[in-house]
Ligand binder design. Structure first.
Ligand code: SF4
Ligand code: SF4
Length: 127
């Protein structure tokens, strides 16, 4: 049976941010850019289950009404019409399926990088 998202309960979470795909960082400079993004308020970075990287701006759409409904429903952008897709769950339904890592602060990202460096060192000593 097709699932329908619990929109009436979640207070329009999907209308309260936007996410844009970014290149996966591979150099020290690119990792440092991620740190810089995260030093800004209301900015997060996440890695989804396909290992794609996104920057997320945690900011409400101007069109959300007090009752959490869309103020331009008939004319809403296509990306809003298409979300969530038939095969995709929305973030409210299953955060664990939606992303692998979510970094809300520079500290969280630095911890992640430290753990990656430990893994890389460990793999190097094993090979
Ligand atoms: S995040 Fe999901 S449940 Fe919430 S409003 Fe958007 S589609 Fe509905
Ligand atoms: S246009 Fe409407 S559906 Fe789209 S993000 Fe804004 S409030 Fe949500």
């Amino acid at each position: 049976m097709e699932k329908s998202p619990p929109c009436d309960k979640c207070k329009a979470q999907c209308c309260r941010h936007l996410a844009v795909e970014i290149d996966k960082p591979t150099t020290k400079k690119e990792y440092d850019y991620i740190r810089w993004y995260l030093l800004h308020k209301n900015v997060s970075v996440f890695i989804d289950h396909n290992n794609d990287w996104f920057i997320k701006f945690n900011t409400d759409c101007e069109m959300i009404q007090e009752d959490n409904r869309c103020g331009c429903y008939e004319n809403r952008p296509k990306i809003c019409r298409d979300y969530p897709s038939k095969d995709e769950c929305c973030e409210f339904e299953g955060e664990d399926d939606y992303f692998t890592y979510m970094f809300d602060t520079e500290g969280e990202f630095s911890d992640y990088m430290d753990s990656k460096k430990r893994d890389w060192k460990y793999k190097k000593t094993k090979s």
